[in-house]
Structures are given as C-alpha cells and as structure tokens.
Write a protein that binds this ligand. Sequence first.
Ligand code: NAI
Length: 299
Amino acid sequence: MADIGYDGKVAIITGSGGGLGFEHAKLLASRGAQIVINDLGGTVSGDGGDATAAETAAKAIEDLGGVAVANHDSVATPEGGEAIVNTAIEAFGRVDILINNAGILRDKAFHNMTPDLVDPVIDVHLRGAFNVTRPAWIKMREQNYGRVVNTASTAGIIGNFGQANYGAAKMGLVGFTRVLAQEGGRNNIKANAIAPIARTRMTEELLGPMGEQLNPEQISPVVAWLAHEDCPVTGEIYSCGGGMVARFFIGLTTGIFDPNLTVEGMRDRFDEIRDEDGYMVPAETADELRKLLAYFKGE
Ligand code: NAI
C-alpha cells in the first residue's frame, strides 16, 4: 500500500509552537501538507504571550524542508479565530485540516476553583475550538471537504482530581466533536477527537518517570490518520500514549422498561439498569429512540 500523504492539503494546528502541536505540524509537513502554526506563546497557565513562538516553530518546519506560516493570534476570541483561518486563506488559499490543540491548565480542587481559574480554561479549550472551527467550517462546507481533530482529555472523559474546569472543557469538546460529525456528514467533513497522554511542558511534572516512555511524537500518527482523506470514521474519540491507541466510546446499557416506574422500582432494579451486559454504542440520537420504540412495541 502507498504511503500516506497530504499533498495539496492545508492544515491549521492551534497551539503548535511547541508540545504535541509542533509534533503534529512536523509530521504533516513532512508528508506534504502546508501548515499554519498558530501559537500565542504564553505560559502553561495561559499568562503572557510571545509572538516569536509561532515564528520559531514555522521556521523550524521550513528548515526541515516543509512549508509553514506563523500566526500568533489567540484562539480565545472569535476575532482571533477569524484571523487564524484568514492566515491560511491568505497564504495557501484554503483550509482542509483543523487540529484544535491549543490549551492551558489552571488546576485547583473544586472548592477553591474561582472564576479566574475557570473562564480562561473554558475560553481557550472549548470556546477556542468554536472560534477557530466556525470560520474554517464555512470554508470546508464551500469546498465540500474537511477534517477536524479536537484534543480532548481523560481529565473529562474519566475525570481527574483538581481539573473540574479543564475536564468540563475537554468533555465539552467531545459533545462538540459528535455534533460536528453529524452536521459535517453531508459535506464530506469529518470530526474526531483524541485523548492523548504525552510528556510535554504541560505534563512533565505530573507524569514523573513514566513520562520517559510517553513521547509527544507518538501521538501525531493518530492525529494525522484522523486528519487524512482516507480516515473512515467520524465522531469518534481515541485514547493514545506511548504507542498505545484505543477507542473510547459512549455505551448505553440495556436497562429496564417500566412505564409505571416508581422510586422503589428504581431501587429494586438499579443493578439491572447499570448492568453492562449487552450494552449498545449509539452512533446517533435515533439509535436511542429506536431502542425506546422497541420497548414501546414490546420487542
Ligand atoms: P503545551 O503547553 O506544550 O501546548 C499547548 C500550546 O497551546 C502552547 O504552545 C501554548 O502557547 C498554546 N496556547 C495556549 N493558549 C493559547 C491561545 N489562547 N491561543 C493560541 N495558542 C495557545 O502542552 P501540550 O501537552 O502539547 O498540549 C496540547 C493539547 O493537548 C492541549 O489541548 C492539552 O490540553 C492536550 N492534552 C495534553 C495531554 C498531555 O499528556 N500532554 C493530555 C491531555 C490533553
């Protein structure tokens, strides 16, 4: 089988001045994609900014023989999102791939989580994805082609102490991905998400010695495949780290059906409701409604 390439494709990667985003950029550029390196260049907590972060990364891609332009707008505002997409249009005339990767952390146990720790995290991760995806989406619809890869996290999918802000934003991206998948279907636009585990400046202290085996470049093939024309899936979530790749999915148990349900019935049949045997993985809301309809019909 032929190698996978991205000739003629234009990719925007937010937050790609370093960390995972820069690895994604290097891989896609080495396979022929033209890249917009977006990065505000702040600290892990989202303070400050440094326009040179994006420029240095774009120059590094060029030095490796790739094609890249830099943009240092923030994803956190609609104007920033527009400017990021305009950078792609002005430099390369289109946008085929959008990797929403920019991120910050402001961890704190929930009882101490004040709005200054919540709002910026939601603004960068969740609103940021809206801000950049919307102008890109309009272009993707016009050209009847697009690939969106969102960066979620187990902090939301599974939950992690001290990350109510980040976990909520990241799980918000799962819902965002699933809705985009449904809306994009008609226009050959696919949207998927990853939940990565890798050693970057964001995680090096958290991961400890295990981090040595969790290289950021091991995440990029997952992202690149989900961003490729031949990617067969949409609306899915992939856990990846250190070479492990697995699929997260949302399952619905068989449950019970009792139109005269009482609170005692809930108590008495709670184990049955929670029983994971025979669960289904709904691909769309109609799957859940069909299950309900089958109960109504006594099937
Ligand atoms: P990183 O800190 O190296 O990369 C994040 C980048 O986003 C930075 O270069 C930063 O300057 C940029 N950024 C922050 N705010 C921005 C804004 N408003 N506009 C534009 N750029 C902005 O950390 P890492 O690990 O590479 O993170 C990449 C993504 O992966 C993030 O969304 C993070 O939440 C996610 N993630 C990472 C995990 C890991 O194990 N490293 C685990 C789960 C999720």
